[in-house]
Ligand binder design. Structure first.
Ligand code: S3P
Length: 436
């Protein structure tokens, strides 16, 4: 087990470029593998989650070469995957498992999907049920992994109303829909990240998005194209909050993905009074990018608008750290999905914040946080196999009166390899004890 010992600091200065977007990196491997021709990916996230997807496709016979963040995929076409010799191990990655369920349920072969302790507790019924209604056959352990996907099924397009806002569910159904007869449509209760739709369109698939309904028609072939992965706004969020709460901060975060289905964290921090500016907006490969400058800010508590929840779904752990330093109360509601992420992010964050001396009230679908100071020497905080919990409490140390020790930080490398080094390069003081 590895540990962070994160120490208080006053001043944060400098420029950072955070690693590539996790969602886009996963999809680049999946769709590059299914394309005809060679895909070059640059800026790929060399974090464990995306590498699990990469390895899974190699295990299904796709030739993929990687040199750091440059990846070359020799696509095998929509029907060129081979039966893997062993179960595909997807580690900590819910995105890999849910998206791959969709496309694997349409293959000629059967296979098994497994994951780590955290992934093995996560709900898969949300993809299994709609996929089975398309004609797929997926067996689970009470709706949880390991999953067995039976091959050789003919899928039929469906119109599905999702009970929850989830890009993973939407994407899983659309990926199955590429192989299904007729048209497959997914209606979401609120907009979620649309990287699958954008990338499929870029590869020549017939995908429409009208309002909250995304549809795909049977795809004959995908044509390989090069993919540039922008920096992950979910990773950038740690530095946005770091800059807001530090006493003396001036941080530039460059080349960040600004896809409008992902920018909720910026809207929320601005509503809280963040001193944050977005500049140099540009477009690369169908995705928007920009540079972000953050200065020390006087934050105030707000009731977070519920429509922003799906647009900031991965950033709440660190938004809660911002709320802990805001004046007054911050209320989050309509966010029950946080309970089924890599950990129960509402309860785990509340426990950690309370141990640092912050008053919280846990709600069924959210949390109330009363801003204050981290004045207590905390007990050791457990990351619960959740990368974003580990990084959020590292950011909390900036304004803590005492060092914060976080246990189980090895999962940080699932999404943000090099987090502690990059944070230290702008003035943070995180000591990483490997295998402590
Ligand atoms: C993701 C979708 C989100 C997000 C996850 C990545 C994706 O999950 O939390 O980190 O790449 O589609 P949900 O769709 O379950 O909200």
């Amino acid at each position: 087990m590895s540990q962070f010992i994160a120490n208080p600091v006053n001043s944060l200065k400098g420029s950072v470029k955070v690693p590539g977007d996790k969602s886009i990196s996963h999809r680049s491997i999946m769709l590059g593998s299914l394309s005809n021709g060679v895909t070059h990916v640059s800026g790929f996230l060399d974090g464990e989650d995306a590498l699990c997807t990469l390895k899974a496709f190699q295990d299904m016979g796709v030739k993929i070469d990687r040199n750091g963040t440059d990846v070359t995929i020799h696509g095998v076409g929509l029907d060129g995957l081979k039966k893997p010799d062993q179960p595909l191990d997807l580690g900590n990655s819910g995105t890999s498992m849910r998206l791959m369920c969709g496309l694997l349920s349409a293959q000629s072969f059967s296979c098994e999907l497994i994951g780590d302790e955290s992934l093995s507790k996560r709900p898969m019924g949300r993809v299994i049920n709609p996929l089975n209604s398309m004609g797929a056959q997926i067996e689970s352990h009470d709706g949880k992994p390991p999953l067995k996907i039976i091959g050789g099924k003919n899928l039929t397009g469906i119109s599905y109303e999702m009970p929850m806002a989830s890009a993973q569910v939407k994407s899983s159904i659309l990926l199955a829909g590429m192989y299904a007869s007729g048209r497959t449509c997914v209606t979401e209760p609120a907009p979620t990240r649309d990287h699958t739709e954008r990338m499929l369109r870029g590869l020549g698939a017939d995908v429409s998005s009208i309002g909250n309904v995304a549809c795909v028609r049977t795809v004959k072939e995908l044509q390989a194209t090069n993919i540039v992965v922008p920096s992950d706004i979910s990773s950038a969020a740690f530095f946005m909050v770091a800059g807001c709460i530090a006493k003396n901060a001036d941080i530039d975060i460059v080349g960040v993905n600004m896809n409008p289905t992902r920018t909720g964290v910026i809207d929320i921090l601005k509503l809280m009074g963040a001193n944050l500016t977005v500049s140099n907006e540009r477009e690369i490969g169908g995705e928007l990018l920009a540079d972000i400058r953050v200065l020390s800010s006087n934050l105030k508590g707000i009731h977070i608008p519920e429509e922003l929840v799906p647009l900031a779904i991965d950033e709440f752990p660190v938004i809660f750290i911002a709320a802990s330093h805001a004046e007054g109360k911050t209320i989050l509601s309509g966010a029950e999905e946080l309970r089924v992420k890599e950990s129960d992010r509402i309860q785990v964050m509340a426990d950690g914040l309370e141990s640092l001396g912050i008053k919280t009230k846990v709600l069924e679908d959210g949390i109330e946080i009363l801003g204050g100071e981290f004045t207590k020497p905390s007990e050791i905080i457990e990351a619960h196999h959740d990368h974003r919990i580990a990084m959020s409490f590292a950011i909390a140390s900036i304004r803590s009166k005492y060092p914060i020790t976080i246990n189980g930080v090895e999962t940080v490398s699932t999404s943000f390899p090099g987090f502690a080094e990059l944070a230290n390069s702008i003035g943070m003081n995180i000591d990483e004890k490997k295998g402590a």
